[in-house]
Design a protein around this ligand. Structure first.
Ligand SMILES: *Cc1c(COP(=O)(O)O)cnc(C)c1O
Length: 411
């Protein structure tokens, strides 16, 4: 259990303060006095770094943003009211009517309907591909492709993308790559692998105990020389590059999304998320090793488990080669039928039946009757949603207790 040592030190040292209140201050104010007209002017033109109005940012949020940006090696971050808000912020700040998105791999239900139903109403289309359809993906890119989007781990299909290869495709074609890293904070470093923007639902493992809805987008710096954002494809961003240089993506997202859509995080949610961050490395370490142990034990008992740590999983080799720090808290089991899945959920004494993931407690949910109940059969098939599928998010309990409980629930 030593996967995340650098973060163990960094988080606790930076969440707390060495002087005054140790716990982060919650700045619960919607507005901020500027003191003088000159300061007001400077705050509005960005030359003075002071809070403008809580829709545009707040000191508690800024603290969380600084830590998350460092975690991912970004130039900055923006925290939002939810994970969906972070995806909306990152995408809406780049898209216009007529553009298209390429989405790769398994996709969170909300993101799938955002792409396939909501964005289409605004003239933005999305093509969906499986993780390894590299040729088809490259062929699908045209001059209106603005975003390649993928999740670090397909939720709930557990397929693992080859991030580096996809990042190479994105960079070769000058298209922005956005990675939803909700399931694998610290284990996967999308910006290092060539992504441009990382989005999170901090509601999940980052805050970790179902106390706060939140999201974050982490942005890379604009390069001094060539940069895909300086090409005609991203024309709308150019004025921000001129004014803000390497910080342009933050300025663009703040104006295009935060100011105009208002998906701002609350200071209190950011405070709770900061408290969660302090123990994130410890919780991830524990859960990543528990998941492997539990998946193996259930597999040996003949339960149909989907987790890439299991030999025979389609991406087992990729798991070993590229996911040395695990792939988060999730696994799925397929009980064959809805009735059998319901029976498992009724019999399990430990699992909390809920739509959340990444909690301190073990959570479980039957997929087809809940999150995916609105989706037609073909879409469910593409997303890997079978009738008996239960998504499980392993918690901090003793893994042997979970194994014992699940085996009795499955029998
Ligand atoms: C939960 C989740 C989201 C959405 O986050 P909310 O905070 O619920 O809005 C997005 N992506 C993934 C992978 C998620 O698990």
């Amino acid at each position: 259990m030593n996967n995340f040592e650098e973060f163990s030190t960094y988080f606790v040292q930076n969440v707390g303060s060495k002087e005054g209140a140790v716990s982060p201050a919650v700045t619960q104010s919607a507005a901020f006095g500027y003191g003088s007209p000159e300061t007001a002017e400077g705050i509005f033109d960005g030359s003075i770094k002071k809070p403008l109005y809580a829709r545009m940012g707040n000191p508690t949020n800024a603290k969380l943003e600084g830590i998350l940006a460092t975690m991912d090696g970004g130039i900055g971050a923006i925290v939002t009211s939810s994970g969906m808000a972070a995806t909306a912020l990152a995408t809406m700040s780049l898209l216009k009517s007529g553009d298209n998105i390429i989405s790769i791999g398994g996709l969170f239900g909300g993101t799938y309907s955002y792409f396939s139903e909501t964005l289409t109403r605004f003239g933005i289309t999305t093509q969906f591909f499986d993780v390894d359809e590299f040729e088809k993906i490259e062929d699908a890119i045209d001059e209106s492709t603005k975003i390649i989007f993928l999740e670090s781990v397909g939720n709930p299909n557990m397929r693992l993308p080859d991030l580096r290869t996809i990042a190479d495709i994105a960079s070769r074609n000058g298209v922005v790559l956005i990675v939803d890293n909700t399931i694998t904070p610290m284990s996967v470093s999308p910006l290092e692998l060539g992504a441009d923007i990382v989005v999170y639902s901090t509601t999940k493992i980052i805050s970790g105990n179902a106390s706060a809805l939140g999201g974050a987008a982490v942005f890379r710096a604009i390069n001094e020389g060539d940069d895909k954002f300086k090409t005609a494809r991203y024309e709308e961003v150019h004025k921000f590059i001129k004014k803000m240089g390497k910080m342009a993506l933050i300025a663009n997202a703040k104006k295009r999304a935060m100011r105009d859509f208002g998906m701002s995080a609350s200071a209190f949610s950011s405070y709770l998320t900061l408290l969660g961050l302090e123990t994130l490395p410890l919780r991830m370490d524990r859960i990543v090793s528990s998941v492997e142990k539990i998946a193996r034990a259930l597999h040996l008992k003949g339960i149909k488990v989907n987790h890439p740590s299991i030999e025979g999983h389609e991406q087992h080799a990729r798991y070993l080669a590229q996911f040395s720090k695990g792939c988060g808290t999730l696994m799925t089991i397929d009980m064959g039928t809805q009735e059998a899945a319901y029976a498992f959920l009724r019999r399990s004494k430990l699992a909390t039946i809920t739509a959340n993931i990444g909690d301190s407690r073990t959570l479980a949910l039957h997929m087809a009757s809940t999150i995916y109940s609105d989706f037609d059969e073909e879409t469910r098939k593409f997303l890997g949603i079978t009738d008996g599928l239960i998504r499980i998010s392993i918690g901090l309990e003793n893994p042997d207790d979970i194994i014992e409980d699940f085996i009795q629930a499955a029998s």
